[in-house]
Ligand binder design. Sequence first.
Ligand SMILES: [Ca+2]
Ligand SMILES: [Ca+2]
Length: 160
Amino acid sequence: MSSNFTISLFLLAAIACLSQGCCPERFMQVGNRCYYYNSDKVDWHDARHACNRLGAHLVSIHNYEDSREVYVLWKSLVDESWDKAYWIGLHDVQNENFFEWSDGTPMDYSLWYPGEPNNHRGEDCISPLNRGSNDFDRQKWNDFPCGTRKPYFCRRSATS
Ligand SMILES: [Ca+2]
Ligand SMILES: [Ca+2]
């Protein structure tokens, strides 16, 4: 990589940083939000803790735009869109059928796959099911066993 190119990338990042706040290293910036994707497959609790260690939380989704933002980012990062999707912050670990986001934000929107959540053999942790013929259906959620291993998405705010 030429040094001019490196300097240009640095300047671009700095300009984004000035206008919208900065993201930590290894995070991807979308507006004033910072995303971190890890393709290592881990259980939901490990994913939650990994995000916390980065000063972030598993993503929460409060409208379709939130869902789409994460999904589009994921599709740009993975080679195979039939991969096992990714953990998000929704769970009913504390109280069965009482769903909450790990970042403490209210449960004010849902995008369940038809027939879900079904708590099949005790499922308390949520990921898109990645099933269906179009991008909208593939974003819809399923409750999985929390011990299932999946990649995960963390999010935090950019700092100004
Ligand atoms: Ca459950
Ligand atoms: Ca389920």
